[in-house]
Design a protein around this ligand. Structure first.
Ligand code: FNR
Length: 357
């Protein structure tokens, strides 16, 4: 019935250590909780007598068209949840016409994920696939990965910039979950030049704006920066040629105690002044959350954990049902707000507590 139900159901199937990996965050998990709480504290103020029987959820973000404003944020290791892993997720996303962001830390290679998505689009149109990247200090390796994603048909790159070091996930440390189980590996980190050696993903504090400039120079794909939280960095991102922002605190998995993303949305929107789209993720669990974020100016929203729970609960079918459920809830909320589509969602529909800098 609800997005939350998937977590409850998945927990009966998953190894509790893996469930902790999915649910957990950094430090005291203050930000993990804040993301959901912030949505709960926002109130909708609907309009009446101006609706339509036909409502659309279609959006275009950074040149990619999708049938839903809900996209799949990049999450690592889908094979922890289902033996088909990202293939199952990609088929479900394609059937829903949803943008899927493939994680660099996926357990299936982007070429195979793209193939699965191509075969599953409902109306024959290829469903948009984006690729998430942690810029590696080894630029040659990074460039090869960008080429692979481009050749596979990805239509945008999402560069995660909130991870100069890995967040401290205390649940994983206590559980001793420090590596993938035998037989699973990060498909993109297998180095053919080194006899198939699996590299680990480097999170490097030396990555800087200069690296983004370098990336801008080697690809013509749209680049979205994921994890910019400070308005000054949002302005810098635009100046350095970013085509969009994915306003994210990594689901509370990097720096703990940062604000909820939806709290920051008005400030970040003001900083970029309409020059680039802002996608938001973190704590989106209800159709009303989607509507609130879009009304406050997000072009789309991402979901992370719900996809993992749905995948663990029911594989491809589970993720299909999750996306359908959110589509139904968004449709219901649009109708009750007097909106014919996401374009009718405006900030006056949301009452927010006083959040300030
Ligand atoms: C993530 N996230 C993430 N982000 C990223 O840029 N690259 C990655 O590989 C991952 N991996 C990952 C694994 C798991 C298990 C989770 C839960 C999250 C963060 C993700 O993209 C997104 O920002 C958050 O999950 C959004 O918050 P919610 O929807 O989980 O509340």
């Amino acid at each position: 019935m609800t997005v939350q139900d998937f977590e409850t159901a998945a927990r009966t199937r998953l190894d509790p250590v893996h469930a902790d990996f999915i649910a957990g965050g950094a430090g005291d998990e203050i930000t993990v909780r804040a993301n959901e709480e912030a949505f709960r504290r926002l109130r909708l103020l609907p309009r009446v007598l101006r609706g339509s029987a036909v409502r659309t959820q279609e959006v275009t973000v950074a040149g990619s068209r999708a049938r839903t404003p809900v996209l799949l944020s990049p999450t690592a290791f889908h094979k922890l949840c289902d033996e088909e892993g990202e293939l199952a997720t990609a088929r479900a996303a394609a059937a829903a016409g949803a943008i899927m962001i493939v994680s660099m830390a996926s357990t299936v290679a982007v070429e195979d994920i793209a193939e699965a998505a191509r075969g599953a689009g409902a109306d024959g149109a290829p469903a948009p696939l984006w690729f998430q990247l942690y810029l590696q200090p080894d630029l040659e390796f990074t460039e090869a990965l960008v080429r692979r994603a481009t050749d596979a048909g990805c239509t945008a790159l999402v560069v995660t910039v909130d991870s100069p070091v890995r967040g401290a996930h205390e649940r994983d440390l206590r559980n001793g979950f420090l590596d993938l189980p035998d037989g699973l590996r990060c498909a993109h980190m297998v180095d053919p030049h080194e006899g198939g050696r699996v590299r680990s993903i480097a999170m490097s504090p030396e990555i800087s704006w200069a690296h983004l400039d370098w990336l801008r120079g080697i690809t013509s794909l749209p680049i979205l920066l994921k994890g910019v939280l400070h308005p000054e960095d949002a302005r810098l991102a635009v100046r350095h040629g970013a085509d969009g922002l994915l306003l994210s605190n990594h689901g509370g998995r990097q720096l703990d105690t940062v604000p909820a993303t939806v709290e920051l949305l008005p400030e970040i929107r003001a900083a970029v002044a309409g020059r680039v789209p802002v996608v938001l993720d973190g704590g989106v669990r209800r159709g009303t959350d989607v509507v609130k974020a879009l009304a406050l100016g997000a072009s789309a929203v991402g979901i992370g954990r719900p996809v993992m729970w749905a995948l663990a609960e029911g594989g491809e079918k589970g993720v299909r049902r999750l996306l359908e459920l959110l589509r139904e809830e968004v449709d219901q909320a649009l109708a009750l707000c007097g909106a014919c589509g996401v374009q009718d969602l405006t900030p006056d529909l949301v009452r927010a507590p006083a959040w300030g800098p």
